[in-house]
Design a protein around this ligand. Sequence first.
Ligand code: PGA
Length: 358
Amino acid sequence: MPARTPIVAANWKMHKTVAETEAFLDRFLGGIEQLEGVELFVCPPFPSLPAATERCRRSRVMVAAQNMHAEPHGAFTGEVSAPMLLELGVDGVILGHSERRAMFAETDEALASKVPAALGAGLTPILCVGETEAERDADRTEAVLGSQVEADLAEVDDDRLADVVIAYEPVWAIGTGRNATPEQAAEAVAFIRSLVAGRDQHAGGSIRILYGGSVKPGNAAELLAAETIDGALVGGASLRPGDFEEIALAAADSSASPAESSGSGADGAAGSQPRTAPSSLAPPIFPKVQTGFPCPRSRWSFSMAGAWLRMARATRSPRRPRPCSTSSGRATRTRPCRRAGATSACPMGRWATPRSVT
Ligand code: PGA
């Protein structure tokens, strides 16, 4: 099974001017220079993106926007397109955040266009899904996650599914100070993974799925230790460089294997390496297990969900290194390379190059 490198992303929402963005990064970048085993994103508001990409250019931190339109250009007042973000040196984009779904009428239909548009442009989509409190109370969590994941990824080719990052963000946990328990988060993330595996088994093992909702220094280690969770999308706590750094450290720690963490075992020194599953944890040949979740489209095989859920509960979660990223040293980017010949550096033939040369 492939290993997965955790991601920690700072969703600043409508916070931080350009000057505040620069001040944050001046402090934060110094603190995480030596940090390995985790990919970091900051996601400022649009006006601060140029300052962020400029500051992060020679760092290991990537920059994502908080929204984009699916079309590359057109009569869409107030909107921003993928080529515009790329021109600023942006690496990714948050899509489908619950605040956009609830307050700005972001629909699954729109997201079905935005996610492949982001991928096609070379941006990493960080797709947010999650249930409301009423939906959880009505025992509809899996139904909601199922329909969001299915609809939002419907137009993504199977061989690009693993390039999407999904953030499971229960709406009731966002900005409330009331995080999901590690068990709730891990269960939902495992379910989402099972949905992706139903489309493509390899993608199910490779895709990074984050948890978001009141993550803070005090709960990050516990949440990120959960076996299926590959990092965090952090709102409020990411506004303070010290707090965000602590969360990033917790994620880096979570990517060390138990033997590495405890300093025992033959490979104990390699603490920054992503965890890799022993061969006994190879992906299962999914048996037919019915979960009861209705599958409206034949493209999705929810019969696999039960197998994935059981496996996720029973095993450690291996991490997946991003193609062409190194697990040591500074500033290796994982963005599509448009330079002729540069793809030869990429073992998968499509991702490339240290940021300093892009
Ligand atoms: P929060 O926000 O960490 O403040 O709960 C998370 C998010 O909205 O992504």
